[in-house]
Design a protein around this ligand. Structure first.
Ligand code: ADP
Length: 163
């Protein structure tokens, strides 16, 4: 029986840190659903549809990866999909507290749900989507931190916003 995992996040935008987690996740799961959280209240830079497209392009056509989006609670989405394991990444100690709260809240809402965590290597531990957005907004070079299609997407999106 194929083992399914779900990797949820904002992915606004996808970074090489996220990609590293996806690659590691594929060592644990046969199939991975990368699920873009659609939360317009967060005022994302890229729409959920755009974020989904960038991820699909960056992972190529790996048949083991499915890219989807969801609204509302993650537990409702995983229940609908019949998936029981959530994959998350840990960068540093600073991620731990939030991830610990989230994992416990999710388990409270859906006792069957297990969260597993993998850590990125030293290459990407400092990469956050928020920092990438900020650096790109001010015209900084983010190639090397994001896949090439995301770097191009950032230029398209922020082209007119450089100081
Ligand atoms: P971010 O925290 O960068 O805004 P998300 O909210 O989309 O991104 O994060 C989804 C998951 O990926 C979270 O578990 C987050 O800790 C993890 N993650 C994001 N960037 C990295 C990275 N560079 N290394 C390891 N995990 C990461």
């Amino acid at each position: 029986m194929a083992r399914y995992g779900i990797y949820p996040g904002s992915f606004d935008p996808l970074t090489n840190g996220h990609l590293a987690i996806i690659q590691r996740g594929l060592k644990l799961f046969d199939r991975l659903v990368v699920a873009v959280a659609n939360n317009p209240q967060k005022k994302p830079l890229f729409t959920a549809e755009e974020r989904k497209g960038l991820i699909a392009e960056a992972v190529g056509n790996d048949p083991r990866v499915e890219v989807d989006q969801f609204d509302g609670l993650l537990v409702d989405y995983v229940r609908r999909r019949g998936i029981h394991t959530v994959l998350r990444g840990l960068r540093a100690v600073s991620d731990f507290e939030y991830e610990f709260q989230l994992a416990n809240m999710n388990r409270k809402l859906l006792p069957d749900l297990e969260s597993v965590f993998v850590m990125t290597g030293e290459d990407y531990f400092f990469v956050t989507a928020q920092l990438v957005r900020e650096v790109a907004t001010f015209g900084g070079d983010v190639s090397g931190l994001v896949p090439p299609n995301v770097a191009a997407g950032l230029v398209r999106k922020l082209g007119g916003r450089k100081p």
